[in-house]
Design a protein around this ligand. Structure first.
Ligand SMILES: Nc1ncnc2c1ncn2[C@@H]1O[C@H](COP(=O)(O)OP(=O)(O)O[C@H]2O[C@H](CO)[C@@H](O)[C@H](O)[C@H]2O)[C@@H](O)[C@H]1O
Length: 505
């Protein structure tokens, strides 16, 4: 067990810059973090404000309170871009939304029909510039500007260039959190007309191919601190494969590279209070057995599977290579000869969806593929399944395996990134195990663990229940993660290379 020290820091003013925030808009796990981490920091007594774009999809966008009607002046350029800042509340945390219809009043956030908007570089360069431009105008002087992923990577760059001599930002430090380094935000120079500093002087280290600049590289190179969403992913980022080709960028910053595991919002993801599930349950044996049974039946009904008493495997994800569907597809047909059921809820890559649909047609009484982004159903999958599949190719942290633990649904994961930091493998340490881990990136390795899990379920039911209780006893509190972030801001936390291995709490 790791003892978690409290940060000694004074109340901080923190600007949290993110491209999506759960409660307002969400396409993936970044949004969960952008909702929960600011809330946890605020709860610890800090003044946290979030800034995000005002997309068409933001509910109540029209009712937001207008705080600014202004324009972004671009140094040495005649152009100025008008924008407004409108305030919304997400729980207790104020959210500044940047209203610039030319960039953000579109049907989607980043892409339509699986194709990114062509001006995504310019859109998020603008957003990054505005995040800093608006602070002085609002009179909010941040101690820390906390950026997230490539969309916000130019913020640290601008602090060290455009604002280098600006007294307003003299004491401001920047942090960039890496949720997924596969997305580098690489765009041609012609998308950076709002950031002339990038063009006046050539920053070769930020180039990603000829005539292209990567916003993620800019964030990593210029932020005062860099962190990944798990210690294991932070270490993977120092390797060529694990960093998706950015190893030297991260190696240069290894002295200020940190790894902090995401938390779980137990207000949203707890079987004791979840409003979406058929029957709420606790960790004690009777409640767990009854609750699971009712939730499994309900899930089977929702996805049209027979109401059989067989082990049920769930999976909820974006359909991308990252999530390891390429390992799952060949393993599925072999595994489905067993007396089992599988429910997969996912949306994304149409080719992967076609392949999954084909298997569900061949095994319609055992495999349900729901091609959707469906939050209530995601909760029912967590509650009604016995096992949860996350065979990811890579996984910076992963949230669904953490949600699964909370519902006594044993995760079967690949030993990468944060999956390795959050799940304890049955074959290695059966006494404290919470799930199954396989290592080799192959369908065979996955299939072996799925078969192992089936044996456990069918032949050692008491042992299976013990693992469920181990899983439900795990806690990944946002409060603990927020404390770690505060220690990182203040310099009390150790960089990942100096730290002892992470242990699940
Ligand atoms: N079809 C669907 N229907 C309903 N809900 C769905 C869904 N598909 C996904 N979700 C939801 O979206 C979230 C996904 O979070 P993850 O952390 O697993 O992945 P993601 O790859 O988006 O995030 C990236 O950022 C996060 C946050 O740091 C890292 O944990 C992760 O490793 C990294 O890849 C979960 O809340 C999940 O329930």
């Amino acid at each position: 067990m790791v003892t978690r020290k409290k940060s000694n820091s004074k109340p901080q003013q923190i600007l949290f810059v993110a491209s999506e925030v759960d409660g307002l808009v969400k396409t993936g796990g970044l949004a969960d973090v952008a909702k929960s981490l600011p809330a946890a920091l605020k709860e610890l007594g800090h003044d946290v404000r979030v800034v995000m774009p005002l997309y068409r999809k933001v509910p109540n966008g029209a009712e937001a309170v207008e705080l600014l009607d202004t324009e972004l002046q671009v140094p040495t350029q005649p152009q100025a871009v008008p924008y407004k800042v409108k305030q919304l509340q997400n729980g207790d945390v104020p959210v500044y939304t940047v209203d610039a219809p030319v960039y953000f009043d579109r049907p989607e956030l980043y892409a339509e029909n699986n194709e990114g908007y062509r001006d995504n570089g310019e859109r998020f360069a603008f957003f990054s510039a505005v995040a800093l431009d608006m602070c002085a105008k609002l009179g909010f002087k941040p101690d820390v500007v906390h950026c997230n992923d490539w969309h916000t990577g130019l913020v640290p760059f601008l602090l060290k260039t455009r604002y280098a001599d600006d007294t307003f930002y003299a004491d401001t430090k920047s942090v960039i959190t890496i949720h997924n380094a596969v997305f580098k935000g690489t765009f041609n120079y012609d998308q950076y007309s709002l950031i002339p500093e990038l063009i006046q002087k050539r920053y070769l280290q930020l180039e990603d191919g000829a005539a292209n600049i990567s916003m993620l590289k800019a964030g990593v190179a210029f932020a005062d601190k860099v962190n990944a969403v798990s210690p294991n992913y932070a270490k993977e980022l120092l390797t060529e494969i694990g960093s998706h080709g950015m190893a030297s960028d991260f190696q240069h910053r290894s002295g200020v590279l940190y790894g902090i595991v995401n938390g779980c919002d137990y207000g949203d993801w707890s079987p004791e209070t979840d409003p979406y599930i058929k029957q709420r349950f606790k960790a004690n044996k009777v409640s767990l057995a009854r609750g699971k049974k009712a939730c499994k039946r309900d899930l089977q009904q929702q996805v049209n599977l027979p109401l059989d008493d067989v082990p049920l495997y769930g999976m909820v994800c974006r359909l991308t290579e990252q999530k390891g569907i390429q390992y799952l597809l060949p393993a599925l047909r072999d595994f489905l000869v067993n007396d089992v059921q599988i429910v997969l809820v996912g949306s994304g890559d149409p080719k992967l969806a076609d392949a999954l649909r084909e298997i569900s047609a061949d095994f319609s009484d055992k495999f349900a593929f729901i091609e959707a982004y469906d939050n209530p159903l995601a909760h029912c999958v967590e509650a009604g399944s016995d096992f949860f599949l996350m065979p990811s190719q890579f996984e910076p942290c992963g949230l669904n395996q953490i949600y699964s633990l909370a519902y006594g649904t044993l995760p079967i994961v690949r030993g990468v990134g944060g999956l390795k930091d959050t799940v304890i493998d049955y074959d290695n340490t059966p006494q404290v195990a919470t799930g199954f881990i396989f290592d080799a990136p192959t369908p065979e390795a996955l299939l072996i663990k799925m078969q192992r899990s089936l044996l456990l379920y069918c032949q050692r039911p008491q042992e299976f229940k013990r693992l469920q209780q181990n899983a439900m006893a795990c806690r990944f509190e946002w409060k603990d993660a927020a404390e770690q972030y505060l220690r990182m801001y203040s310099g009390e936390e150790e960089p990942v290379l100096e730290k002892k291995p992470f242990e699940c709490a």
